[in-house]
Design a protein around this ligand. Structure first.
Ligand code: BES
Ligand code: MN
Ligand code: ZN
Length: 497
């Protein structure tokens, strides 16, 4: 989608007019440059009360001299960035080709942030994953939408800036969705690594480093190796560095990248197993994030670590009962090979120490238990640091990607340390609180800073995106499939501090 911003002038293509519930007429200044017969129709349909302005209402008008779409925004007092973003998204979702491919959208009395949110919703929703469809099959040609946002002259410049940032960040969201939606026969660990190398080509302030299966074995990354060794398509760790020459501590973001999770020897039941192609969405989000940061010319240093493996049952696979030694040196009794995300993340979190982290955040489709707890409306959020937790929560709320605080009680850590033969077990003692025991397990692999008395764990947060990475019917910005969740949250967290 191509978006431009101007003051109120002539109308190109379809005029899009958001109205409030209870608007009784459209003032003349809103219809400047609108052809006569269309203008009369708009005035009539609003003053007659046929266009009610109720939330979600879209009325299209076809006059001999032009077209319009009147969008109901609900009560004016209830308008906020979220309602505007959702309205922009829904408009594009309902868009039919007969409406044309060019729109002129006129805002009155909206804040710059609200207008930008509407545009962001349009951009986010303007996405489809049709790489595997033969062209022309469904009779729909690809069209590229053109939108002109019109507002008061005094807002043109600021809105233009907000919209171009939103569009740049959305390239990261769409990249994350592309990775998430890619079928698992084509997106395997080394294919992700290959994508990363290709993506970094020609970008001077980006380095990509791949730790191969062989290297991971030599380094003692027993978590990554244990999970990935049962697949012909071997595991790897992919590390992206943005602005590596910038001095001082900086964020390190770690993603779970299980390109397919069969459960391994503790194999999963068949229904919906195909959805386990999304089990790499943590790694999709971190890739999308670095794209978003790069596209918005972020000048700070940021490191991304993607822990990539395919969890397969095979003669070479790890078994329930195996004891592995992780990169940290801690040993883990693998009681269930389906609790694999925490094993690859254990090594990724420990590796983060090499990049002088100001804080570490991991993202993972980690537990079904998190979906039981929060449904598809929020990601779970755990942290050893209240400031970090609050900053993530606020960033998530600002962009409408909710992350909800969950507890790290000492009892959960105790439960995970209770192996008879190793330092840790990868499975809780019972099934209750499964997302919390998983988080408590990860905490054992968060590196510390300082020596002796001053030794302290680095601020760390864990985001369980099992319920938000796909399947949220209430997410207006996504039609179906991978959501690209938290690219925008983390972009905001990292750039607005
Ligand atoms: N990738 C799954 C978690 C998952 C399940 C995400 C459903 C989204 C939807 C993870 O690797 C897993 O299998 N977790 C197990 C952990 C259990 C064995 C302790 C689970 O949640 O059942
Ligand atoms: Mn699993
Ligand atoms: Zn998994």
């Amino acid at each position: 989608m191509e978006i431009t911003v101007s003051n109120i002038e002539h109308v190109n293509g379809t005029l899009v007019l958001p109205i409030n519930k209870g608007d009784e007429h459209i003032t003349d200044d809103r219809l400047g440059g609108v052809a006569r017969s269309l203008r009369n129709q708009i005035e009539l349909i609003v003053s007659s009360g046929d266009a009610t302005g109720k939330k979600g209402e879209v009325i299209t008008l076809h006059a001999a001299d032009g077209k319009a779409a009147i969008i109901g925004m609900g009560k004016e007092s209830e308008r906020n960035e979220k309602t505007c973003r959702d309205a922009g998204a829904k408009f594009v979702g309902q868009y039919k080709k007969r409406h044309g491919v060019e729109f002129t959208i006129r805002f009155f009395g909206w804040s710059e942030a609200e207008m930008a949110a509407f545009a962001e919703g349009m951009i986010l929703r303007d996405y489809k994953y049709d790489k595997y469809k033969s062209k022309g099959e469904d009779g729909e040609e690809d069209v590229s939408l053109k939108a002109i946002l019109q507002c008061e002259e005094s807002s043109v410049k600021a809105l233009g800036k907000l919209v171009s940032t939103a569009a740049a960040v959305a390239t990261g969201v769409h990249l994350a969705r592309d990775l998430g939606n890619c079928p698992p026969n084509d997106l395997f660990p080394m294919a992700y690594a290959h994508n990363a190398v290709e993506w970094a080509k020609g970008k001077e302030n980006v380095q990509v480093n791949i730790i191969s299966f062989e290297e991971a074995k030599e380094l003692g990354m027993g978590g990554l190796v244990g999970v990935g060794m049962g697949s012909d398509r071997k595991p790897c760790m992919v590390i992206f560095e943005l602005n590596r020459t910038v001095a001082g501590p900086a964020p390190v973001i770690v993603g779970k990248g299980i390109t397919f999770d069969t459960g391994g020897i503790s194999i999963k039941p068949s229904p919906s197993m195909d959805e386990m192609k999304y089990d790499m969405h943590g790694s999709a989000t971190v890739f999308g994030l670095i794209q978003a940061l790069h596209a918005t010319n972020h000048e700070g240093r940021v490191t991304i670590i993607a822990c990539m493996a395919e969890n397969m049952p095979d003669a070479g696979a790890q078994r329930p009962g195996d004891v592995i030694t992780t990169y940290s040196g801690k040993t883990v009794e693998v009681l269930n090979t389906d609790a694999e995300g925490r094993l690859v993340l254990a090594d990724g979190l420990w590796k983060a120490a090499d990049y002088d982290p100001s804080y570490i955040i991991d993202l993972a489709t980690l537990t079904g238990a998190c979906v039981v707890a929060l449904g598809h409306e929020a990601s779970g959020l755990w942290s050893n640091n209240d400031d970090l937790l609050n900053n993530i929560k606020e960033a998530g709320e600002a962009v409408d990607e909710i992350a909800w605080p969950m507890p790290l009680f000492p009892a959960f850590e105790k439960e995970m340390k209770d192996s008879k033969i190793a330092d840790l077990r990868n499975l809780g003692a019972g099934r209750w609180g499964g997302s919390n025991t998983a988080a408590a397990f990860l905490k054992q692999f968060v590196p510390s800073k300082g020596e002796g008395e001053d030794k302290e764990q680095i601020p760390w947060a864990h985001m369980d995106i099992a319920g938000t990475a796909w399947g949220a019917k209430s997410n207006a910005c996504v039609a179906h499939g991978a959501t690209g969740i938290h690219v925008r949250t983390l972009h905001r967290l990292i750039t607005k501090q």
